[in-house]
Every structure is written in C-alpha cells, then in structure tokens.
Design a binder for this molecule. Structure first.
Ligand code: CP
Ligand code: NVA
Length: 308
C-alpha cells in the first residue's frame, strides 16, 4: 500500500522529524549500496524526470538512484514533449501521473511545479526552480552531518546571490534550527517572502562577506548568474566581484569549517580555485550524496517509513 500522497516542492514541506528520518535512512541506504548489497524496494516503479533547464548531477543522481532501488527513470524535456508546444501543465500532470509513480521536475517559476503537483496523483519532487533547490540542500546537510555531526546550532555563511540555493538554506535553518549568515551585494538581498520563511529569525545579513564568514562552521556559495537569468550576466559580474569566496574568508571561519558548492562552479568567479580544490572543500562528497539522499526521499515518498 502506498503512503498518503506527499510532495517535496520546497524544503519546509518536510518536518524536522521527517528530515531526521531521511538522514538516518540515507546512511543505511548508502552503506548497503557501498557493500554491494542489492536493495530493490521500488521494483516496477517508474520516475518521470521533466527538465526545462540543463542538468548533469540532478539527472544522473535521480536516474542512477531509481535504478539502484530496482525501478526505472524516464527523461523528458521541453524540446521533445508537448510541454514545449503549449500543453497546459495541469493536463500534463493528469496524464503523466497516471503512467508513472513519482515525478521530478526542474523548471522556472515555483508556480509551475505547484500547479503540476495540484493535478498530480503521485508525489512530485522539486529538482530546482527559480526559487528553490531542496534536493541539493538535503544532500548538503546530510554531507555536513556525515562530516561534522548535528547541524543544529551551527552557523552557515552564504556568500553571493540570494538565489534558489540561498532561499532553501534559509528555510532549512528554520526547520532544523541552525543559523545562516548571508552576505549579498546591494540590490541582491534576501526577500523573505520569496524565500518562503516562517519568520523565525534564523538568519542575519552582513554587508561585508568577511563578517559573514567569521566563526562560520560552513562557508558556501553558488554561481553569480543562475539558469534563466543569463541576460543579467554582465551586470552581475560587476556587482558580485567582491563576493568571491577566497582563502581569507576561509581563514576567519571556524578551524573545522567546511566549504560547499552545489556545482557547477566557476573558479575565479564565485570561488577561488584554492578554496574549492583545497582541504576544507567537500564538494565531491556533496555531489555524491545527491544520489543517496534522493534514494531515501524516493523510498519515503513511495513506501513510507521502513524498518529494514
Ligand atoms: N547541483 C545541481 O543541481 O547540478 P545540476 O545542475 O548538474 O543538476
Ligand atoms: N543557482 C543555480 C544552481 C544550479 C544547480 C541555478 O539555478 O542555475
């Protein structure tokens, strides 16, 4: 029997208790996979992956993840489907969700995925929208816990754009009770309503990125120009020039501070090569953990909590 219908459209769709379950479950699933122990709870189940923007990690991790759980994944994009020819998203949701068991969507406005989910019979997962990237933050927090233990009470420094990644870190801080120090250039500040915050004051804004990094347990950043905002690229290159994560920022962070980046990265833009390729960087573990955290998510959405 399938559990009650649940979607993962933004980070706060999951409670702290559910997230803690997912982190514990990720550890079991990852270890089992590393031991070459077959585990196929999603045999005969199908994931549809709809991409309206490019992807390397998200596509690979969902496709490989479904395969590892015994199911299969179908890749759809706007170019080759009727979605690109104006079929209403609501109609697409009605049809797709009668043919597959779970859907992942990467698209532009959050409203598109919300409308899809409202007409879907099966769970819908946000694989990145302009506003949020919850699957990435799930992997990032799991990576932090794996490396350093609980994240509660810790400080994450977010340097750069108040984009989908930043918004999702802010939501996660409210749900999991940690703090975010945000430093953005003027004109690119956090918009709490767009970030979808409860308003519990788990973040602080800093004009100087060095101040945001001081004492932080994790320093993280992302591209200056996200997908869909390419027309603003030249303007952004100028505005973000002082928001490049460098060795000085890492030196004022806590001694055990980690560096994360969701990737793809631009060395010499948002981060210096000696930081992303340096000893505090965990970007490859972070990328790998997309696979294992999403397997726990898929299992939870399709099978509910499991004991084994
Ligand atoms: N981090 C991330 O989502 O990467 P892709 O754009 O390659 O999927
Ligand atoms: N903020 C970036 C993340 C890419 C994974 C973007 O939306 O393009």
């Amino acid at each position: 029997m399938a559990p009650a219908l649940k979607h993962f459209l933004q980070f706060k769709d999951f409670s702290r208790d559910e997230l803690e379950y997912l982190f514990a479950r990720t550890r079991v699933i990852k270890e089992r996979f590393k031991r070459y122990q077959p585990y196929h709870p999603l045999a005969d189940r199908t994931l549809a992956m709809i991409f309206e923007k490019s992807s390397t990690r998200t596509r690979l991790s969902f496709e490989a993840g479904m395969h590892q759980l015994g199911g299969s994944a179908i890749y759809l994009n706007t170019r080759d489907t009727q979605l690109g020819r104006g079929e209403p998203v609501e109609d697409a949701a009605e049809v797709i969700s009668r043919m597959v068991d779970v859907v992942m969507i990467r698209t532009f406005e959050q409203d598109i995925i919300e409308r899809f989910a409202a007409h879907s019979r099966v769970p819908v997962i946000n694989g990145l929208t302009n506003e949020y990237h919850p699957c990435q933050i799930l992997a990032d927090i799991y990576t932090y816990i794996e490396q350093r233990g609980p994240i509660q009470g810790k400080t994450v420094a977010w340097i750069g754009d108040s984009n989908n990644m930043c918004n999702t870190w802010l939501q996660a801080a409210e749900v999991l009770d940690f703090n975010v120090h945000v430093s953005t250039p003027p004109g690119y500040e956090v918009e709490p309503e767009r970030a979808g915050l409860f308003g519990t004051d788990h973040y602080e804004a800093f004009g100087d990125p060095m101040d945001a990094c001081r004492g932080a347990d994790l320093v993280t950043t992302d591209v200056w120009t996200s997908m869909g905002f390419e027309a603003e690229n030249a303007e952004r290159m100028k505005a973000f020039a002082d928001w490049r994560v460098d060795g000085d920022m890492m030196r004022v962070a806590a001694d055990a501070a980690l560096f994360m980046h969701c990737l793809p990265a631009h060395r010499g833009e948002e981060v210096e090569a000696d930081v992303i390729d340096g000893p505090q960087s965990v970007v490859w573990n972070e990328a790998e953990n997309r696979l294992h955290t999403q397997k726990a998510m898929l299992e939870y959405l399709l099978r509910g909590r499991v004991e084994d």
